[in-house]
Design a protein around this ligand. Structure first.
Ligand SMILES: NC(=O)c1ccc[n+]([C@@H]2O[C@H](COP(=O)([O-])OP(=O)(O)OC[C@H]3O[C@@H](n4cnc5c(N)ncnc54)[C@H](OP(=O)(O)O)[C@@H]3O)[C@@H](O)[C@H]2O)c1
Length: 324
């Protein structure tokens, strides 16, 4: 038996229920991982609420780090005792133990702790593809990142600083301004009190930014279009305030000939080569000391509901984990 968090209906944080399950026998290519640290991600709330529909009942969570305690008969990449992490389906990381296909796991280097790996594998690989593959950020670029003090935000800011570009971050409260600056933002705007598009046009002498990274979605979409430069890049990668729907190509994109992408970490890590490239770049930049992960909140698995309540209340001041 293993303790897991399960949902059997869509809804608010209260649908997250602790239960004990018998795990099925491993398939030849599967391993059993004893989770040590589980990443809390906004996407978990989309699965829980039904914004991204999943079949029920279901576990929840897509990011964890732990130790392999059993291997299937045909497992080639790993052995018992290996330290691993993942950022992928199958959903079910909120669990003491979890069965995973071996090809979805990456090895965690010795110098990265379980806690760090559980907090950074999904968020860090997201930053990798956002900065290096969905758009190739260069020193000379000026870019905008919304919710810069958040989980993905803090890692993104440090990675952008390592590249050397000019980074403008937005945050929802004054207490988050310093956090965003410390992590690498050159300019920080509180978008709860200021018109961020106007401020950005002032900072960029009317030109606008080369790229907008928008994980906030509905509330920031229109203003982000104002803040982007002619022929700039719009990367819409999340929906913390609601989903952007009904993009009007003529109204939203044509006037400034904007490039628009709606990327996700999963298509960017779908092949083993992509996954190894992304995790490799992430662990390398950590080894170089250019990204340090400051785990802002630790919850027990029993506190899963509270962790989601805090996420919705915008209380989190950085990456958060659940400890099984
Ligand atoms: N596409 C991908 O590959 C991918 C991968 C990972 C994450 N994401 C997306 O990236 C975004 C950040 O994820 P995360 O897990 O690191 O979360 P997070 O940034 O720690 O939390 C979300 C942040 O969004 C801001 N926000 C604005 N309006 C909000 C609202 N109505 N409700 C709640 N939060 C609101 C809050 O920051 P302020 O208070 O500063 O506004 C909040 O802290 C999410 O949209 C997530 O879905 C996408």
């Amino acid at each position: 038996m293993t303790k897991i968090v399960e949902i059997s209906e869509f809804g608010g944080p209260s649908v997250l229920k602790i239960t004990n399950k018998n795990l099925e026998k491993l398939k030849p290519n599967e391993v059993l991982v004893q989770n040590k640290s589980i990443g809390l991600n906004f996407i978990d709330t989309y699965h829980r609420s039904g914004l991204y529909p999943i079949s029920l009942p279901s576990g929840i969570g897509l990011e964890a780090a732990g130790e392999i305690i059993e291997v299937g008969s045909d497992v080639k990449l790993f052995k018992i005792g290996d330290r691993v992490s993942h950022a992928s389906m199958p959903i079910g990381a909120y669990a003491e133990q979890q069965v995973m296909p071996e090809e979805k796991l990456v090895k965690v280097p010795d110098e990265v702790s379980f806690e760090e790996a559980g907090a950074i594998t999904l968020k860090g690989m997201t930053c990798e593809y956002l900065l290096h593959r969905a758009y190739q950020v260069k020193k000379e670029h000026v870019i905008l990142f919304h919710a810069a003090a958040g989980g993905v935000g803090q890692i993104f800011c440090q990675w952008a600083r390592a590249i050397g570009c000019t980074l403008i971050g937005t945050v929802g409260s004054d207490e988050k301004i310093e956090i965003a600056k410390e992590n690498g933002c050159n300019h920080v705007i509180n978008y709860s009190t200021k018109d961020f598009a106007k401020e950005i046009l002032e900072i960029t002498n009317g030109k606008g930014v080369d790229a907008v990274y928008d994980g906030v979605g509905l509330k920031t979409f229109e203003k982000s279009l104002e803040a982007i430069k002619l022929r700039g890049m719009f990367l819409s990668f999340g929906n913390a305030s609601g989903m952007v729907a009904n993009i009007d190509v003529k109204k939203h994109l044509a006037p400034k000939a904007i490039f628009f992408t709606r990327p996700s970490v999963f298509p960017y890590t779908v092949t083993r080569a992509d996954l190894e490239l992304s995790a490799g770049r992430l662990f390398n930049i950590m080894r170089e000391g250019k990204i340090k992960i400051d785990i802002a909140h630790k919850y027990s698995l029993d506190e899963a509901q509270k962790s989601h309540e805090d996420l919705h209340a915008r209380k989190l001041l950085g990456p958060a984990i659940l400890i099984p």
